[in-house]
Design a protein around this ligand. Structure first.
Ligand code: GLU
Ligand code: MG
Length: 459
């Protein structure tokens, strides 16, 4: 597997890029990179200063990785305790794309490194995914590559001053699942967004209204693991940013509203050999699946409690799970069965793949794909046989074990899963656990609307 980076460019190549940008009227390059929770951080660089930015990188405080969504800094080792040192972000000019909604601005991804050693910053999610891809050879006999297709759901919200959160789902018409057009999308949000994303060139294929009012799903085409993560990361940033241009909120929160469904981040994954042949496909195997596919499924099931920490990374994530939600509840798998955590879609041959339905939309795409791939690789190495596939409608706790019910349970499972932690890297996992345990602590000390409604009046 290859996670090759373009590395710093030679001066001549950068000068040529600057010329090309200027000739198309681009005067700013927005260099973005994912933080620990997958939020885009970055800087707008005037094109004339791009050569300097490429030669020396852009300096940011390493504690960007330790910053909470509300702006607090969590004391993760290497940040506050080390005197808030720098990371250096190196623009990857191979990823340059003009921003359709911001004329004159181009986007490019950056890779963050420790300025002293030149090594990837320990918390860099992009570096983590590269590491998992690069270590794959140690877990498989053949040179296998992952093919990954992300599928994301989100709610679009309108401002509603005076309501508890200040936002309500856009449109709010019910019964529009799998529909397109104005019925559930009164001012054409989806078409507008699809066209913007198409011009951005991140491999978006199609979209439709999801189950609940104001909820949409957009599918991205499949590609290699790193490219798929890059595209899913830019996708989330783009949808949030274009909604802001319209005075709206697009949220990838797992379960933003009581009484409505959650938003999933399903990921389709297969493995191909050096000749490009899908190694999950076996017409003679049970269900048309190879032993490799079965072991991959076995690996995902075995490591699911720990994976939940990465794929369901917020306190809110665990409110999406449940019986009858189309989100999972149990650690199970099935052949074309949407009530299972791992669904094997009906296509065989080159389209043979797993659809892992565990992740929710709040997951950092790099961690979601790295964690899933790591569990698959461990499955290939350790060869666990999955149980019989789920028959019929799922959610029966007598049949399969339950997923972690809370974020603390999932973090404990990640901390205890030495095989997965070993593959992801102990330093990264330590930083992630410290950051997330701080979130739990803050949540446990926060008084919520629910508590006031439950206790304030009668007691
Ligand atoms: N919204 C569901 C989830 O949270 C998935 C619905 C679907 O099958 O697309 O995973
Ligand atoms: Mg969906």
């Amino acid at each position: 597997m290859s996670g090759a980076s373009s590395g710093p460019r030679r001066g001549g190549a950068v000068a040529e890029t600057v010329e090309n940008l200027r000739s198309t009227g681009t005067d700013v390059v927005r260099v973005v990179y994912p933080d620990l929770i997958g939020v885009d951080r970055g800087r707008d660089v005037l094109v004339g200063h791009l050569p300097e930015a490429c030669a020396h990188g852009l300096s940011f405080c390493r504690a960007v990785y330790h910053t909470t969504p509300r702006g607090g800094v969590v004391p993760v080792a290497g940040g506050l305790d080390a005197g808030l040192p720098d990371i250096c972000v190196q623009p990857d000019l191979d990823t340059l794309k003009p921003l359709p909604w911001e004329p004159g601005v181009a986007w490019c991804l950056g890779d963050s490194v420790d300025p002293l050693t030149g090594e990837p910053a320990p918390e860099s999610p992009r570096a983590l995914l590269r590491r998992v891809i690069d270590r794959a050879g140690a877990y498989t006999d053949d040179a296998l590559s992952a093919v990954v297709g992300p599928e994301l759901e989100y709610f679009l919200c309108d401002a509603a001053p005076g309501t508890p959160s200040g936002w309500i789902p856009y449109g709010r018409a019910t019964g529009n699942v799998y529909s397109a057009g104005r019925r559930g999308d009164p001012d054409g949000h989806l078409l507008r967004t699809l066209r913007q994303l198409d011009r951005l060139g991140i491999g978006v294929i199609a979209g439709n209204h999801e189950f609940d009012g104001g909820q949409f799903e957009i599918n991205l085409g499949h590609s290699g693991a790193l490219d798929a993560a890059d595209r899913a990361f830019l996708f989330k940033a783009a949808v949030k940013e274009t909604a802001r241009h319209e005075g709206r909120l697009a949220t990838f929160m797992a379960k933003p509203f009581n009484g409505l469904g959650g938003s999933g981040f399903h990921v389709h994954l297969s493995l191909v050999d050096a000749a490009g042949r899908n190694v999950f496909d076996d017409p003679d195997g049970t269900g048309g699946l190879s032993g490799t596919a079965r072991h991959a499924i076995g690996g995902v099931l075995r490591h699911a409690p720990a994976l939940a920490a990465l794929l369901n990374p917020t306190v809110n994530s665990y409110k999406r799970f449940g019986p009858d939600t189309l989100a999972p509840w149990l650690i199970d798998w099935g052949l074309d069965n949407r009530s299972a955590m791992v669904r094997v879609p009906p296509e065989r041959g080159p389209g043979t793949r797993l659809e892992l339905r565990l992740g929710d939309a709040s997951a950092n795409p790099y961690l979601l794909i790295a964690g899933t791939l790591a569990a698959v690789l461990l499955g290939l190495r350790d060869r666990p046989e999955p149980p019989d596939p789920l028959a019929g409608y799922g959610y029966d706790e007598a049949v399969a074990p339950r997923l972690p019910g809370t974020l603390p349970e999932a973090l404990d499972a990640l901390a205890a899963d030495e095989a997965l932690t070993g593959l992801l890297g102990a330093e990264f996992v330590r930083a992630f656990l410290t950051y997330k345990r701080d979130e739990i602590d803050r949540y446990q000390h926060a008084v919520t609307d629910w508590e006031f409604g439950e206790y304030a009046f009668l007691i």
